[in-house]
Design a protein around this ligand. Structure first.
Ligand SMILES: Nc1nc2c(c(=O)[nH]1)N[C@H]1C(S)=C(S)[C@@H](COP(=O)(O)OP(=O)(O)OC[C@H]3O[C@@H](n4cnc5c(=O)[nH]c(N)nc54)[C@H](O)[C@@H]3O)O[C@H]1N2
Ligand SMILES: Nc1nc2c(c(=O)[nH]1)N[C@H]1C(S)=C(S)[C@@H](COP(=O)(O)OP(=O)(O)OC[C@H]3O[C@@H](n4cnc5c(=O)[nH]c(N)nc54)[C@H](O)[C@@H]3O)O[C@H]1N2
Ligand code: SF4
Ligand SMILES: [Mo]
Length: 686
């Protein structure tokens, strides 16, 4: 043998993927793999929106994937519920027992079984594809997946006709951008890049947010209004547009519905009245109206923070009327974007197969009220008590409101709980069976998004870590054990990816390039043609009126409006922390170290009135519960409003709770959504 034989070079390859997280940017990824190990993760430089850049969180994705605390094998509970004491068990034994227990409950009433999932991954395949098929075939209770966006979604449906809006790339050409109820630097970095580009080209940026966020600091103007007062602001802006005739009469006449009625309502909202409701100077409202009425092109990046209050749906409706009044939609860099997800022609029925229900019509449980519902006994109105919960892609103990009740619900000794997870989250601690799940680097998936208009494919880069399995595989195996023989339960993940957008995007192109753009017009509503029943932007909604609701948008005060209670004088909002994604990444040490510890931002005046010093441990409380954390006296908080940054794992907090100990299970005016930002509290030194 020749001594000159080539020394083997480790094979390196690059695998194209998609960021799985619940973030409007849905970045395209490139993972460098060497000998089956992921060595590097980057943004795909060829994808225009990603432009080779990932946020700080996902730059640490390898730390998450190879985390020493990754769940590597199935576990079975040995200690009391919530204690997090488990013993290893084989996949075979775990799946056999789970199938037997679910089968026994289903034989009595399958509605006693509840799937609980949200957007741990936004992927259409590891999300609800095989899971939907399984629970539909079983006849389990349906889950109303409302915890994030459904108030705004319903409001957009009523006003614009769907979750549609401007194409995000054209914000770079806008001359005025309102960043409304969103902290883009933290939660939508790639939009912020476009806003910066617009700023360099001379655009004015205005932020509307009760918190002085990183984003607010970098805008030219910040309207630091009280939580839940956005509709009052929007109506006062309309008032000024009318009074100064900054209206596009031609656009209004041809492409809108209900202007006379809206005009009348708006005229009741003088800037003076709105300033008192919003808790901001009247001058700011007048100036903003002038800017909106006289700048072209002008655009609104609306986001979800502002719809997490009682009147969240009405507020989104009011804001969504503004672009039509000035004809902003005529220009591709004008209009509004809350969500682009309505542009995606995903074949959800083909993936999730609701037809497998046959003529059964199971009840629907709202994921927001899981605390109450887990504690509810059987009744004719409710149906059977919940006897089993299967949790995947979610961490309800940390993210659902009024978590004292959620914890009590999951602690029910006779409740059978299965959790599919990558980590031992707060929810995982309550599992009877804890099943290790793959991460995005280990499975197939395909993604639409709510921020841009490209489909992004995720190909597996590495084999599953430990014994982890994709969600799809777990539901396939449970289906087999329950005797579900429909061929749909044998469909592979790759085939599900192909099915998701079949006929709309070229799958070979997705395989090669990682992403594919949808055909969406540059200025979708320049000529009206809104996807509403009337084809117009519906200021007045006949559909809402028929439901007995107000057909026009209005200001609906918070359930717990600032200043309405002597016992609880402070309004608390709980926006996400920059280095976490909801409760994901809280266990990644490098990111947690940046966030430090659970904090409550409080204005110096409110702190002084209570004898609270900076960094002191405080009790934050209301009738629903109490939560201890450290206070930070900060100009980010306005007087009367405290900011409890989320969403920490309860077990990493000072007393095993987080902000959701205080939030309520009440629902928004539309869309049955949560009211995380409609919450009164008092704060005292601990
Ligand atoms: N880093 C990071 N990024 C994220 C997330 C995360 O947890 N961390 N979460 C992701 C998810 S699930 C979502 S839904 C999106 C959320 O996206 P956004 O809704 O844009 O969330 P935030 O950027 O936190 O913006 C919420 C902002 O709304 C403000 N706000 C609260 N109440 C009101 C109000 O009544 N009126 C107005 N005008 N503003 C209000 C808060 O102070 C906060 O700054 O972000 C996604 N991106
Ligand atoms: N107080 C307060 N509460 C809030 C909010 C707030 O602003 N304030 N925001 C709300 C919003 S907008 C949202 S969207 C919800 C988010 O609530 P969730 O969707 O529950 O989001 P996460 O907390 O990120 O939990 C997702 C879990 O899924 C797991 N996961 C990820 N990928 C996979 C996978 O492929 N398979 C399996 N089996 N598991 C996986 C992750 O490890 C993680 O633990 O929280 C809501 N809660
Ligand atoms: S979380 Fe958002 S910004 Fe970060 S990589 Fe994922 S899609 Fe991109
Ligand atoms: Mo969300």
């Amino acid at each position: 043998m020749s001594t000159l034989e080539a020394i083997p070079v480790p094979a390196t390859r690059e695998v194209l993927g998609a960021c799985p997280h619940d973030c409007p940017d849905t970045c395209a990824l490139v993972t460098t793999v060497q000998d089956g190990v992921a060595r590097r993760i980057q943004g795909n430089p060829d994808h225009p929106s990603t432009a080779g850049v990932l946020c700080n969180k996902v730059s640490h994705y390898l730390e998450r994937t190879y985390h020493p605390e990754r769940l590597l094998q199935p576990l079975r509970r040995v200690g009391p519920k919530g204690s997090g004491r488990f013993e290893p068990v084989s996949w075979e034994a775990a799946l056999d027992d789970i199938a037997a227990r679910l089968g026994a409950i289903a034989a009595r009433d399958p509605q006693a079984i509840l799937p609980y999932s949200y957007c741990g991954t936004m992927g259409l395949v590891q999300g609800e594809a095989m899971a939907g098929r399984f629970f539909h075939r079983l006849g389990a209770s349906l889950l109303d997946r409302t915890i994030c966006a459904s108030a705004g979604a319903e409001a957009l449906n009523q006003t614009l006709g769907g979750k549609v809006g401007m194409k995000v790339e054209f914000f770079a050409e806008s001359q005025l951008i309102l960043v409304w109820g969103g902290n883009a630097i933290a939660s939508s970095l790639h939009f912020w890049r476009l806003a910066q580009e617009a700023k360099r080209r001379g655009a004015k940026l205005v932020c509307i947010d009760p918190r002085r966020t990183e984003t607010a600091e970098k805008c030219h103007e910040h309207l630091q209004l009280l939580p839940g007062t956005d509709a009052a602001l929007a109506l006062a802006l309309m008032h000024e547009l009318v009074v100064h005739d900054w209206l596009d009469h031609d656009y209004i006449a041809r492409h809108t519905l209900g202007w006379e009625a809206l005009r009348e309502r708006a005229l009741r909202w003088t800037p003076e009245r709105a300033a008192a409701v919003c808790g901001i100077p009247e001058r700011q409202i007048r100036d903003l109206a002038r800017d909106w009425g006289t700048t072209k092109p002008a655009a609104i990046r609306l986001n979800y923070g502002m719809q997490r209050v009682h009147g969240g749906g009405n507020a989104v409706r009011a804001v969504a009327c503004l672009p039509a009044l000035t004809g902003a939609w005529r220009h591709r860099a004008g209009g509004l974007l809350l969500s682009s997800s309505g542009f995606f022609p995903a074949d959800r029925a083909g993936l999730q197969r609701p037809d497998l229900l046959g003529d059964r019509r199971p009840r629907t449980i709202n994921m927001v009220t899981i605390g109450d519902d887990l504690l509810r006994p059987a009744s004719p109105a409710f149906g059977p008590a919940i006897e089993a919960v299967v949790v995947y892609n979610s961490n309800p103990l940390a993210v659902a409101p009024e978590s004292g009740k959620v914890a009590r619900g999951f602690a029910r000794e006779e409740l059978f709980t299965v959790v599919l997870e990558q980590f031992r989250t707060d929810t995982a601690d309550y599992a009877d069976y804890l099943l290790p799940a793959t991460t995005q680097l280990e499975h197939w998936d395909i993604h639409g998004t709510y921020g841009h208009t490209d489909v992004v494919l995720n190909q597996p880069a590495i084999p599953p870590v430990g014994q982890a399995r994709p969600n799809t595989q777990v539901f396939r195996e449970l289906a087999a054990r329950l005797g579900f023989t429909d061929p749909c339960f044998a469909e592979s993940d790759e085939s599900l990816c192909r099915r998701a957008f079949a006929g709309h995007v070229d799958f070979d192109r997705l395989l090669q390039q990682g992403f594919a753009s949808l055909q969406v017009p540059d200025a979708p509503f320049a000529e009206g043609r809104f996807p509403t029943p009337s084809g117009r932007c519906e200021f007045f909604s006949e559909r809402l009126a028929r439901q007995g609701l107000d057909g026009l948008p209005d200001h609906v005060p918070n359930y717990e409006a600032a200043g309405s209670s002597d016992r609880y004088p402070l309004a608390m909002i709980s926006p996400p922390a920059r280095n976490f994604l909801n409760s994901s990444f809280v266990n990644v040490k490098s990111l947690r170290d940046i966030e430090g510890e659970p904090l409550l931002e409080i204005h110096a005046d409110d702190a002084a009135a209570r004898g609270i010093a900076d960094r002191q441990v405080v009790r934050v409380f209301n009738d629903r519960g109490e939560y201890r954390c450290r206070a930070r006296i900060s100009p980010r908080a306005r007087p009367g409003v405290v900011n409890g940054l989320g969403i920490w794992w309860r077990k990493l907090g000072l007393d095993g709770t987080n902000v959701n100990q205080l939030t309520s299970q009440r629902l928004t005016d539309m869309g049955r959504a949560p009211v995380f930002c409609d919450c009164l509290v008092e704060v005292r030194p601990a």
